[in-house]
Design a protein around this ligand. Structure first.
Ligand SMILES: *Cc1c(COP(=O)(O)O)cnc(C)c1O
Length: 227
Protein backbone atom coordinates (compact mmCIF):
# COMPACT_ATOMS: atom_id res chain seq x y z
CA UNK A 1 0.00 0.00 0.00
CA UNK A 2 1.21 3.51 -0.85
CA UNK A 3 1.50 6.57 1.26
CA UNK A 4 -2.04 7.84 0.68
CA UNK A 5 -3.52 4.54 1.81
CA UNK A 6 -1.31 4.55 4.89
CA UNK A 7 -2.31 8.10 5.73
CA UNK A 8 -5.98 7.22 5.48
CA UNK A 9 -5.62 4.14 7.65
CA UNK A 10 -3.66 5.98 10.29
CA UNK A 11 -6.26 8.73 10.39
CA UNK A 12 -9.13 6.24 10.53
CA UNK A 13 -7.49 4.46 13.47
CA UNK A 14 -7.01 7.73 15.33
CA UNK A 15 -10.62 8.91 15.13
CA UNK A 16 -13.54 7.29 16.94
CA UNK A 17 -15.56 5.08 14.61
CA UNK A 18 -18.74 7.02 15.39
CA UNK A 19 -17.21 9.88 13.43
CA UNK A 20 -17.37 9.58 9.66
CA UNK A 21 -14.45 10.64 7.50
CA UNK A 22 -15.27 12.18 4.15
CA UNK A 23 -12.14 12.10 2.01
CA UNK A 24 -12.01 15.54 0.35
CA UNK A 25 -10.45 14.77 -2.99
CA UNK A 26 -10.70 17.93 -5.11
CA UNK A 27 -7.72 18.30 -7.48
CA UNK A 28 -6.56 14.72 -6.79
CA UNK A 29 -6.31 12.23 -9.62
CA UNK A 30 -8.59 9.25 -9.95
CA UNK A 31 -5.61 7.03 -9.15
CA UNK A 32 -5.14 8.82 -5.85
CA UNK A 33 -8.83 8.46 -5.07
CA UNK A 34 -8.60 4.79 -6.07
CA UNK A 35 -5.80 4.27 -3.60
CA UNK A 36 -7.77 5.71 -0.73
CA UNK A 37 -10.76 3.53 -1.65
CA UNK A 38 -8.48 0.48 -1.62
CA UNK A 39 -7.38 1.50 1.87
CA UNK A 40 -10.97 1.33 3.07
CA UNK A 41 -12.37 4.82 2.63
CA UNK A 42 -16.15 4.76 2.39
CA UNK A 43 -17.03 8.41 1.73
CA UNK A 44 -15.56 10.58 -1.01
CA UNK A 45 -16.23 14.33 -1.08
CA UNK A 46 -15.88 16.31 -4.27
CA UNK A 47 -16.28 20.05 -4.87
CA UNK A 48 -16.77 20.37 -8.60
CA UNK A 49 -19.51 18.31 -10.19
CA UNK A 50 -18.44 18.65 -13.78
CA UNK A 51 -16.09 17.77 -15.23
CA UNK A 52 -13.93 16.86 -12.23
CA UNK A 53 -16.15 14.62 -10.10
CA UNK A 54 -17.97 13.00 -12.99
CA UNK A 55 -14.72 12.18 -14.80
CA UNK A 56 -13.19 10.60 -11.73
CA UNK A 57 -16.34 8.67 -11.04
CA UNK A 58 -16.35 7.23 -14.53
CA UNK A 59 -12.63 6.46 -14.58
CA UNK A 60 -12.90 4.65 -11.25
CA UNK A 61 -15.51 2.29 -12.65
CA UNK A 62 -16.42 -0.46 -10.21
CA UNK A 63 -14.38 1.16 -7.44
CA UNK A 64 -16.56 4.27 -7.56
CA UNK A 65 -19.57 2.14 -6.71
CA UNK A 66 -17.97 0.74 -3.59
CA UNK A 67 -18.15 4.10 -1.83
CA UNK A 68 -20.63 6.89 -1.28
CA UNK A 69 -20.10 10.29 -2.85
CA UNK A 70 -20.82 13.60 -1.14
CA UNK A 71 -20.92 16.96 -2.85
CA UNK A 72 -19.05 19.39 -0.60
CA UNK A 73 -18.66 22.34 -2.98
CA UNK A 74 -21.26 24.88 -4.10
CA UNK A 75 -23.88 23.63 -6.52
CA UNK A 76 -24.97 25.67 -9.51
CA UNK A 77 -28.37 25.19 -11.01
CA UNK A 78 -27.01 24.02 -14.36
CA UNK A 79 -25.00 21.22 -12.69
CA UNK A 80 -27.81 19.74 -10.62
CA UNK A 81 -28.79 17.04 -13.10
CA UNK A 82 -25.23 15.82 -13.36
CA UNK A 83 -24.75 16.02 -9.59
CA UNK A 84 -27.76 13.78 -9.06
CA UNK A 85 -26.15 11.10 -11.23
CA UNK A 86 -23.27 10.49 -8.86
CA UNK A 87 -23.81 12.05 -5.46
CA UNK A 88 -25.51 10.18 -2.64
CA UNK A 89 -25.71 13.28 -0.46
CA UNK A 90 -25.39 17.01 -1.09
CA UNK A 91 -23.75 18.80 1.86
CA UNK A 92 -24.06 22.30 0.46
CA UNK A 93 -27.73 23.28 0.38
CA UNK A 94 -27.34 26.89 1.41
CA UNK A 95 -30.61 28.48 0.29
CA UNK A 96 -34.26 27.67 -0.22
CA UNK A 97 -33.81 28.50 -3.86
CA UNK A 98 -31.25 25.77 -4.46
CA UNK A 99 -33.31 23.30 -2.39
CA UNK A 100 -36.28 23.91 -4.69
CA UNK A 101 -34.17 23.61 -7.81
CA UNK A 102 -32.75 20.29 -6.64
CA UNK A 103 -36.17 19.00 -5.64
CA UNK A 104 -37.55 19.64 -9.14
CA UNK A 105 -34.89 17.44 -10.72
CA UNK A 106 -34.65 14.45 -8.41
CA UNK A 107 -37.34 12.33 -10.02
CA UNK A 108 -36.04 13.07 -13.47
CA UNK A 109 -32.70 11.64 -12.33
CA UNK A 110 -34.45 8.38 -11.50
CA UNK A 111 -34.34 8.87 -7.73
CA UNK A 112 -37.14 9.48 -5.30
CA UNK A 113 -35.18 11.19 -2.51
CA UNK A 114 -31.86 12.97 -2.22
CA UNK A 115 -30.40 13.39 1.28
CA UNK A 116 -28.89 16.82 1.93
CA UNK A 117 -27.24 18.86 4.65
CA UNK A 118 -28.04 22.52 5.19
CA UNK A 119 -24.89 24.58 4.91
CA UNK A 120 -24.50 27.14 7.67
CA UNK A 121 -22.45 30.28 7.05
CA UNK A 122 -21.35 30.23 10.66
CA UNK A 123 -18.87 33.08 10.25
CA UNK A 124 -21.44 35.32 8.53
CA UNK A 125 -18.93 35.79 5.73
CA UNK A 126 -20.15 37.71 2.71
CA UNK A 127 -18.03 35.64 0.37
CA UNK A 128 -19.67 32.40 1.51
CA UNK A 129 -23.06 30.97 0.79
CA UNK A 130 -25.22 29.24 3.34
CA UNK A 131 -27.87 30.01 5.91
CA UNK A 132 -26.94 32.54 8.57
CA UNK A 133 -26.39 30.94 11.97
CA UNK A 134 -29.76 32.03 13.26
CA UNK A 135 -32.13 29.45 14.67
CA UNK A 136 -35.32 31.13 13.45
CA UNK A 137 -34.03 31.56 9.90
CA UNK A 138 -33.03 27.91 9.67
CA UNK A 139 -36.21 26.68 11.33
CA UNK A 140 -38.21 28.66 8.81
CA UNK A 141 -36.21 27.10 5.97
CA UNK A 142 -36.80 23.60 7.29
CA UNK A 143 -40.54 24.27 7.43
CA UNK A 144 -40.47 25.49 3.82
CA UNK A 145 -38.44 22.48 2.73
CA UNK A 146 -41.08 20.22 4.28
CA UNK A 147 -43.14 21.04 1.18
CA UNK A 148 -40.48 19.48 -1.06
CA UNK A 149 -41.12 15.79 -1.53
CA UNK A 150 -37.78 14.73 -2.92
CA UNK A 151 -35.43 16.17 -0.35
CA UNK A 152 -34.47 14.73 3.01
CA UNK A 153 -32.54 16.95 5.43
CA UNK A 154 -30.04 14.83 7.35
CA UNK A 155 -28.20 17.52 9.27
CA UNK A 156 -25.91 20.53 9.04
CA UNK A 157 -22.56 21.35 7.51
CA UNK A 158 -20.29 24.31 8.12
CA UNK A 159 -16.87 25.43 6.96
CA UNK A 160 -16.34 28.40 9.25
CA UNK A 161 -13.71 31.04 8.56
CA UNK A 162 -10.23 29.72 7.72
CA UNK A 163 -7.51 30.48 10.23
CA UNK A 164 -3.96 29.33 10.76
CA UNK A 165 -4.87 28.53 14.33
CA UNK A 166 -7.79 26.08 14.55
CA UNK A 167 -8.69 27.37 18.03
CA UNK A 168 -10.05 30.46 16.28
CA UNK A 169 -12.59 28.29 14.49
CA UNK A 170 -14.00 26.91 17.76
CA UNK A 171 -16.75 29.53 18.27
CA UNK A 172 -18.14 28.83 14.80
CA UNK A 173 -18.26 25.09 15.41
CA UNK A 174 -19.86 25.74 18.79
CA UNK A 175 -22.66 27.88 17.41
CA UNK A 176 -23.37 25.39 14.63
CA UNK A 177 -23.56 22.60 17.20
CA UNK A 178 -25.98 24.62 19.32
CA UNK A 179 -28.26 25.17 16.35
CA UNK A 180 -27.98 21.46 15.46
CA UNK A 181 -29.14 20.47 18.95
CA UNK A 182 -32.01 22.96 18.97
CA UNK A 183 -33.19 21.79 15.56
CA UNK A 184 -33.62 18.27 16.92
CA UNK A 185 -36.81 19.64 18.48
CA UNK A 186 -38.20 20.66 15.09
CA UNK A 187 -40.19 17.76 13.72
CA UNK A 188 -41.02 17.70 10.07
CA UNK A 189 -41.67 14.85 7.63
CA UNK A 190 -38.33 15.21 5.92
CA UNK A 191 -35.79 16.47 8.37
CA UNK A 192 -33.68 14.85 11.04
CA UNK A 193 -30.57 16.09 12.75
CA UNK A 194 -28.20 13.14 12.45
CA UNK A 195 -25.14 14.47 10.69
CA UNK A 196 -23.04 17.41 11.84
CA UNK A 197 -20.31 17.89 9.23
CA UNK A 198 -17.55 20.14 10.56
CA UNK A 199 -13.77 20.12 10.52
CA UNK A 200 -11.01 19.84 7.93
CA UNK A 201 -7.34 18.84 8.07
CA UNK A 202 -6.23 21.64 10.33
CA UNK A 203 -9.37 21.93 12.45
CA UNK A 204 -10.90 18.48 12.77
CA UNK A 205 -9.77 17.89 16.35
CA UNK A 206 -11.38 21.09 17.56
CA UNK A 207 -14.49 20.31 15.49
CA UNK A 208 -14.80 16.87 17.09
CA UNK A 209 -14.44 18.39 20.55
CA UNK A 210 -17.34 20.65 19.62
CA UNK A 211 -19.56 17.76 18.57
CA UNK A 212 -18.81 17.08 14.91
CA UNK A 213 -19.66 13.56 13.78
CA UNK A 214 -18.40 13.96 10.21
CA UNK A 215 -15.05 15.46 9.25
CA UNK A 216 -13.92 16.33 5.72
CA UNK A 217 -10.23 15.69 5.26
CA UNK A 218 -8.04 16.28 2.21
CA UNK A 219 -4.44 17.41 2.67
CA UNK A 220 -3.80 15.28 5.73
CA UNK A 221 -4.42 12.23 3.54
CA UNK A 222 -3.14 13.30 0.13
CA UNK A 223 -0.52 15.89 1.09
CA UNK A 224 -0.67 19.62 0.46
CA UNK A 225 -2.67 20.72 -2.57
CA UNK A 226 -0.51 22.31 -5.24
CA UNK A 227 -3.29 23.52 -7.52
C1 LIG B 1 -11.11 21.09 0.43
C2 LIG B 1 -12.19 20.95 1.42
C3 LIG B 1 -12.03 20.24 2.59
C4 LIG B 1 -10.72 19.58 3.00
O1 LIG B 1 -9.70 20.52 3.15
P1 LIG B 1 -8.25 20.06 3.68
O2 LIG B 1 -7.71 21.28 4.30
O3 LIG B 1 -7.50 19.65 2.46
O4 LIG B 1 -8.45 18.95 4.62
C5 LIG B 1 -13.11 20.14 3.46
N1 LIG B 1 -14.29 20.70 3.17
C6 LIG B 1 -14.50 21.39 2.05
C7 LIG B 1 -15.84 21.98 1.79
C8 LIG B 1 -13.45 21.55 1.14
O5 LIG B 1 -13.67 22.26 0.02
Amino acid sequence: MGKIGDNYKRLRESIHLDISIVVASKTRTYNEVGEVIEAGATLIGENYVYPEALNKYQLLGEKAERVRWHLIGPLQKNKINKALLIFDLIQTVGSLHIAREIDKRVERAGKSIIPVLLEINSGREESKSGFLPDLSIIKEAILEIEELRNIMIKGLMTMGPMYGNPENARPYFKITREIFERLKEVETKNSMMEILSMGMSNSYKVAIEEGSNMVRIGSLIFGERIK
